[in-house]
Write a new protein. Structure first.
Length: 367
């Protein structure tokens, strides 16, 4: 069982204890009813985590969209991280990325028939999505990254845990990367260990199941990331599998995601090409200088045997950037990411989600 080493800044433990006391008190005030949780009269599914950084929320949210959209009118509500707008915004196909944030914009472009909205106040956002005059026919709401937003009492909570940084081995902020103590996992009806290697052995499943130590009412699933066909960012063009890139082509991997090392490792294990990286912070707001730096790094690669690969959420910010050099645009390709369930768990997961949505015209406890 090999996972990334978790770096704990032990000298920050005193600050983590203070932070943890504040989080504990906040959760207790919700548990005691001092802070009020609000339920809504339609199925609400929350997809979130208890750590900072990427656990795969967007790919899992998109998986649920694909599962539900043919049978129900799906609405997705996000806070719209790093957007330039404020308050409630309902996305249209021509809403610019800076008003929504990169991931909400990405989801609306990929799934135009959903209601995609952003609002830091999740209760207000849900209220708006339930209005026929705002978002007609909403039947189920997916809350993207709202596990700590306890003012909304979701009917079904899905907690995502990164295989490479298990919450059982992490620490609270700022020493570690946990937003709240590990005990927060017990608020979830479904826990998914994400980004697992595809070749996990049966023994490791058993070890992880024991390590997570969930209650009987909770369900544990394992997923991995599956990469789709590369597609040109501009001018349409042919899509082709990642493995079909000629070995002589050198790749510039441009990312602004929480865990770029995972993507780098996956690419290295799937292709034999030489990979160069330009990494920015998660949801990075590209500057003109960044664009010049990307162009400069690309120009160091051999002419005629080079390409740029980037993620879907980075692509939406790059495509709309006025300073993106035209000289590199034909060489930029987008790598889609999807979720794949392991241990043949997909049918069971799908059925549980569909059963919850069909049986709950209002919030109820998942079982």
């Amino acid at each position: 069982m090999e996972r990334n080493l978790i770096n704990i800044n032990k000298w920050l433990y005193p600050a983590s204890w203070i932070y943890g006391a504040g989080v504990w008190l906040r959760n207790k005030l919700f548990d005691w009813g001092y802070y009020k949780e609000r339920s809504f009269d339609l199925p609400v599914i929350c997809i979130g985590n208890i750590t900072v950084g990427g656990t795969g929320k967007t790919p899992h949210t998109e998986y649920l969209i694909r599962l539900l959209q043919n049978s129900f009118q799906v609405a997705v509500l996000s806070r719209g991280y790093k957007r330039k707008s404020t308050g409630f915004v309902l996305a249209q196909m021509d809403t610019p990325v800076h008003q929504l944030g990169d991931e909400p914009y990405q989801m609306k472009q990929k799934y135009p028939n959903i209601h995609m909205a952003v609002d830091a106040n999740r209760c207000n956002g849900i209220e708006q999505l339930c209005k026929e005059t705002v978002a007609s026919g909403t039947e189920v709401i997916l809350l993207d990254d709202a596990f700590q937003h306890r003012y909304v009492k979701a009917g079904l909570n899905i907690l995502l845990v990164d295989y490479n940084r298990l919450i059982t081995e992490d620490s609270l902020l700022p020493a570690g990367r946990m937003r709240e103590p590990e005990s927060g996992k017990y608020r979830a009806q479904i826990v998914i260990i994400t980004k697992c290697p595809k070749d996990m052995k049966p023994m490791e499943y058993r070890v992880l199941t024991k390590q997570m130590n969930l209650f009987a009412y909770q369900q544990l699933y394992f997923t991995t990331l599956s990469y789709g066909k590369l597609r040109p960012l501009f001018n349409g063009g042919k899509e082709y599998p990642l493995g079909s890139i000629h070995p002589s082509v050198q790749i510039l991997l441009v990312t602004g995601i929480a865990t770029p090392q995972k993507l780098e490792n996956d690419l290295s294990s799937n292709i034999k090409n030489e990979i160069h990286t330009v990494s920015f912070s998660d949801h990075h707001d590209f500057t003109p200088e960044d664009m010049l730096h990307i162009e400069s790094q690309f120009n160091t690669l051999p002419d005629g045997k080079r390409m740029i690969i980037t993620t879907e959420k980075d692509a939406v910010r790059m495509a709309s950037h006025p300073s993106l050099p035209k000289s590199i645009q034909p060489y930029i390709y987008v790598l889609p990411v999807e979720v794949e369930f392991l241990q043949e768990q997909q049918d069971l997961f799908n059925q549980n989600i569909l059963d919850y949505v069909r049986k709950n015209s209002r919030n109820s406890r998942f079982s």
